[in-house]
Design a protein around this ligand. Structure first.
Ligand code: NAD
Length: 356
């Protein structure tokens, strides 16, 4: 099995170093190769996603990605900005399914903005479609409004669209993920208003016939946003389109209170995946040795489970993370009274130690 390691910018290299430490400690038969991406790649090769980096990613069974982006690149033309690297990788590898767990660890319930009893034990998986919807639909652009009360004035427009195969494949990912969990899928739509999501609802219902052992419920996106803060533990797997998923996955992430704890996976039809923390490159704390590496370490666990078919190794990592939290070790972002403040490397070392 080959893994492409793309550390990126800001805290990317610091958190990836800890994830690689954990991966090495497992002594698995893996081949790893590292390449620059994002601002680091622009600085070295004049492009955020150089050909050689893309080739390495294509050839790998999985990509372990840190984060990209730095304020100093904000003035570059859009196609050279670091963030284009992640969009380019999603497109080139056909990564259509984004899996984002929102887990609230018992020891960290105080970090949530919700009451502890609402989030203690929370374990949701958001399955977001990643390559379609209004973010990619054509036509889009600016023009003079052709009709309506504002005809003749400047307007901008985008197109929301989903094809049957796009909905079918993301629905299969959600139902299959639910089978490994509590066997419930909530499909989030806006079928009452949007044609696209009326169709979405119909197709998800059809796909559900293949999964009679999984419960399916449909929910409008406005209600889902409300239920997520009212009774989040009612959810198991949430499946939704690109835009609703973008918003709801951030909302779900904040229920846990600690962005530094949340991993993510983006998969294609061959099971090849890109694994990265849900947070960005945090340039405000880069180079200080205080970034929380646990989201990246937990992304390694997802990689072992979803792309490398090594679930026992994934379980070992997750259990080790639980153990260091139970032992009271905390990076500054999750620190509270009565716990021991540690830096990035010390947290990585502790996870390695806890692997046993
Ligand atoms: P961010 O997630 O980088 O940071 C938001 C806040 O959370 C900051 O205060 C940061 O210090 C903190 N934080 C994030 N990760 C942390 C960690 N592991 N440990 C401790 N604290 C952590 O979001 P932002 O500030 O909006 O964006 C910074 C840069 O990251 C931008 O250039 C943005 O485009 C980029 N970004 C990249 C990705 C990606 O690579 N996939 C995703 C989001 C943002």
């Amino acid at each position: 099995m080959k893994i492409a390691i793309l550390p990126g910018d800001g805290i990317g290299p610091e958190i990836i170093a800890e994830a690689v430490k954990v991966l090495n400690a497992l002594r698995l038969p893996l081949e790893m190769a590292t390449a620059p991406v994002g601002g680091a790649a622009y600085a070295a090769h004049g492009h955020p996603l150089p050909e050689a980096t893309l080739a390495l990613a294509r050839d790998a069974d999985a990509v372990l990605f840190g984060a990209v982006g730095d304020w100093k690149y904000d003035t570059l033309p859009r196609h050279l900005r670091p963030e284009q690297a992640i969009l380019g990788l999603r497109k080139a590898l056909g990564l259509f399914a984004n899996l984002r767990p929102a887990i609230c660890y018992a020891q960290l319930t105080h970090a949530s903005s919700l009451k502890p009893e609402l989030v203690a034990g929370l374990d949701i998986l958001i399955v977001r479609e990643l390559t379609g919807d209004i973010y990619f639909g054509q036509p889009r652009g600016r023009r003079s409004a052709p009709d309506g009360p504002f005809a003749g004035t400047d307007e901008a427009y985008d197109t929301m669209r989903y094809s049957r195969p796009e909905i079918e494949r993301i629905a299969h990912v959600a139902f299959q993920a639910a089978r490994k969990r509590r066997r419930k899928v909530t499909s989030v739509d806006k079928a009452n208003v949007l044609e696209t999501f009326q169709f979405w609802k119909e197709v998800v219902t059809e796909v559900h016939r293949d999964y009679p052992d999984v419960e399916l419920e449909h929910m409008y996106v406005d209600n889902a946003a409300m239920q997520l803060v009212k009774a989040p533990k009612k959810f198991d797997v949430i499946v939704t389109g690109n835009m609703f998923g973008d918003i709801l996955s951030d909302e779900a992430a904040m229920l846990t209170g600690s962005i530094g704890m949340l991993p993510s996976a983006s998969l294609n039809e061959r099971g090849q995946g890109l694994y990265e923390p849900s947070h960005g490159s945090a340039p405000d704390i880069a180079g200080q040795g205080i970034a929380n590496p646990l989201a990246t370490i937990l992304s390694v666990a997802m990689m072992l489970r979803y792309s490398l078919q090594m679930p026992e190794a994934a379980d070992r990592i997750e259990a080790a993370v639980q153990r260091v939290l139970a032992d009271g070790l905390r990076t500054p972002d999750i620190h509270s009274e009565g716990t021991r403040r540690v830096g990035t490397a010390e947290m990585g070392d502790a996870v390695v130690h806890a692997l046993g």
